[in-house]
Design a binder for this molecule. Structure first.
Ligand SMILES: N[C@@H](CCC(=O)N[C@@H](CS)C(=O)NCC(=O)O)C(=O)O
Length: 225
């Protein structure tokens, strides 16, 4: 039995990315189990009531919502003060996230996977999703973050979804006049934190030796010299 909380995750899932961002920033260590969504491991299905990733199991506690996992991690340790935005109250911060998870995500899915929805018109969905992006752009000053001069929960809860939107048609995204939005996304994509949460993992199977997340960098050999 492992002593570490278990995170069922999927590398590219934006919900799982946001959970891993908060876990890494908080300095928690979890055992990461990479789930194959089209062939979910029985242990995962027994753990997650909704059969969605991410899902965190900490002793008898199971958290099945990515935002709850972020709050679990930051509740334990929040060294960068993501829960205390410097230029917005937390009500406003959670409202930004609610708009992302609700209407924006709905339009994003219907834009990215338009063929899965009989009534979805790709351009119409993209333009509806873009209303939220223009709003975010107006929140972001030059080189700034969503809730002030430093990063907060809102940035990291929302950015994985903006990345998914942008990568659906990067040339189109980059040609829009939302410069603050583009800079914000680029700063995220080149950050050490983003790289730290995106290594490739092999799919987990029962009996595998545990993989810990985040991976600790190997310490330089201090012997000799
Ligand atoms: N409410 C969940 C939603 C997570 C979710 O929908 N994850 C997707 C992957 S991005 C999933 O697991 N879908 C199940 C499937 O594809 O079978 C959360 O915020 O964690």
């Amino acid at each position: 039995m492992t002593e570490f909380p278990i995170l069922y995750s999927f590398r590219r899932c934006p919900y799982a990315i946001r959970a891993r961002l908060a876990i890494a920033a908080s300095g928690q260590t979890v055992e990461l189990r990479e789930v194959l969504l089209r062939d979910k491991a029985p242990d995962f299905l027994e753990t997650s009531p909704t059969a969605t990733v991410p899902c965190l199991k900490d002793g008898v506690t199971v958290l099945d919502e990515s935002l709850d996992i972020m709050l679990w991690a930051l509740g334990r340790n929040d060294p960068e003060k993501w829960l205390q935005p410097d230029a917005a109250d937390s009500e406003a911060m959670f409202e930004l996230i609610r708009l992302c998870d609700g209407p924006f995500k709905r339009h994003l899915d219907r834009y990215k996977y338009d063929t899965r929805y009989v009534d979805a018109d790709r351009e119409n969905e993209r333009s509806k999703a873009s209303e939220y992006l223009w709003f975010l752009n107006s929140q972001l000053g030059e080189g700034d973050w969503l809730c002030g001069s430093r990063t907060s929960l809102a940035d990291y809860a929302i950015l994985p979804f903006i990345r998914q939107f942008a990568n659906t048609d990067r040339a189109w995204f980059d040609a829009r006049d939302w410069n603050a939005l583009i800079s914000w996304l680029e700063a995220f994509e080149i950050s050490a934190l983003f790289r730290q949460v995106m290594p490739k993992w092999r799919t987990w199977q029962a009996g595998d030796s545990p993989i810990f997340f985040p991976q600790r960098p190997l310490l330089p050999d201090s012997a000799g010299g």
